[in-house]
Every structure is written in C-alpha cells, then in structure tokens.
Design a binder for this molecule. Structure first.
Ligand SMILES: C[S@@+](CC[C@H](N)C(=O)[O-])C[C@H]1O[C@@H](n2cnc3c(N)ncnc32)[C@H](O)[C@@H]1O
Length: 227
C-alpha cells in the first residue's frame, strides 16, 4: 500500500483532466472553516458521478447524505434545464451549509436539501412522489443503514436507473466478516441484500487516491417488476 503514490497520481490526474474550479474549492474551504468533517467524495469520484448522470440523461437525482453539498454540486451540474436533485441530510447545520454552497454554485433552483433522518424522510418521499421517481440515487450517509437505504433506492429509482453507494470497501475491512465496525457490518448487509436480488445487476469497484483505499458499488434497477 502506498498512500503517497496514490495521492500523487490523484493530483496528477486531477491536474491533467480538471477536477475542480473556484466554486468547488470554495465549498471545500467553507466546509473546513465551518468544521465539517472532510468526508465528501474525492474530486474524481464527484466528476465520475457527474459523467454517469450525464451518460444516463438523468433528470431527477436522489442523494442520501448531503454534508456541505459537494457531491450535490457535481451531480446538480449534470442535470439539464428543469432537472432536480433532492438531497436528504440528518443535520440541520450541514443542510444550511450545503444550501449556501449550492447557492454559491448557482444551483439553488436545482438542488433541494431536506432535513431529517433518511429512514424517516424516505417513506414520506415515496408517498409524496411515488415509486420510480428518480433516474439515479446516490447513497452516502450513515453506513449502518446502507441495506435499508438500498431497498428504498430500488423503490424510488425508475426501472433501468442506477443506484450508487459510496465507501463500500473501507480500507479493505469489508472483507472481514468478524469486524466489529458497525459501518463494515452495515456495508456487508448491503452486499447481502444486493447480491440476493436475482434481478439486480451490481458491481463494486475498489478505489485508491488522496482519500486512501475505498470503493463504490453500482446497481442497475431491474427493468421489469419489483426486485
Ligand atoms: C459522507 S457525508 C456525505 C458527503 C456528501 N455526499 C459529499 O460527498 O459531498 C455523510 C452525511 O450523511 C449525513 N447523515 C448521517 N446519518 C444520516 C441519516 N440517518 N439520515 C440522513 N443523513 C445522514 C451526515 O450528517 C453527513 O452529512
């Protein structure tokens, strides 16, 4: 394992391909000044999500876990005119900072941040909007509830849409079935659920970079019927 090498390559790739700008830098600076934990997606994953949303022609995106709005800005920028991103966030303070950052990015009319525990707001959302309302769902909140979030995402994302879950490798600890880490256990429950649904096509990729060794999973929502 060579964290320094990963970080160096990440910086090189970012400089070569462009993975930031003044607005995104300001989001990171504000988040730091406001004392938010620096647990937003790495720039290249933000850019990857942006590309994915554009490839899919996504018009409606659901995010679970807003923090300071960094990933919401990457994703919000991928939306066409009239597109919408709804981000669910537990902490009022995080939501306020996210809204301010989203405004700085000129996306206030595109990104809405709703406050509450996602397991409480998701059923309300299902009632309000109905099943299959989103093209893409990005899960990036408390890892203990990943399996339940995934079940809700399958319901709320349209057939043929995609669900992405971040931080599923956790420095490799995900492979340790004896781990007492509740985030590892939550992620393992996610894979149990994901793997047990015969109609769900899912993959997970390990990643390295400035933020160390982790990974994300992506699942295709079944085109016919409920999984
Ligand atoms: C990893 S951060 C999200 C980072 C963000 N997606 C980004 O990349 O910019 C996780 C966020 O989930 C929020 N969170 C934790 N538990 C939650 C819950 N039960 N419901 C909704 N949000 C929750 C945390 O407050 C935190 O802001």
């Amino acid at each position: 394992m060579d964290d320094q090498l990963w970080a160096m390559v990440d910086r090189y790739l970012g400089a070569s391909l462009g993975d930031s700008d003044e607005v995104l830098e300001a989001v990171l600076t504000t988040s730091l000044e406001e004392g938010l934990p620096l647990i937003q997606v790495p720039p290249m994953l933000g850019k990857f999500l942006h590309i994915l949303a554009r490839l899919m022609g996504a018009r409606r995106i659901l995010e679970i876990g807003a923090l300071g709005g960094y990933s919401a800005i990457w994703l919000g920028r991928a939306l066409p005119e009239g597109g919408q991103l709804l981000s669910l966030e537990l902490e009022e303070r995080h939501a306020e900072i996210a809204r301010a950052n989203v405004a700085r990015a000129g996306l206030s009319g595109v990104v809405e941040v709703r406050v509450g525990a996602a397991l409480e707001t998701l059923p309300l959302l299902a009632e309000e909007l109905g099943a299959g309302s989103f093209d893409l769902t990005f899960i990036d909140a408390d890892k203990q509830n990943n399996a339940a979030y995934f079940e809700w995402a399958l319901r709320l994302t349209r057939p043929g849409g995609a669900v992405v879950v971040d931080n599923v490798v956790r420095g490799g600890r995900v492979a340790d079935e004896a781990s007492k880490d509740t985030s590892v256990q939550g992620t393992r429950r996610l894979f149990d659920v994901m793997g047990a649904k015969p109609d769900v096509v899912a993959a997970a990729l390990q990643t390295v970079g400035t933020k160390g060794y982790d990974g994300f999973a992506i699942a295709l929502v079944p085109s016919t019927g409920s999984p």
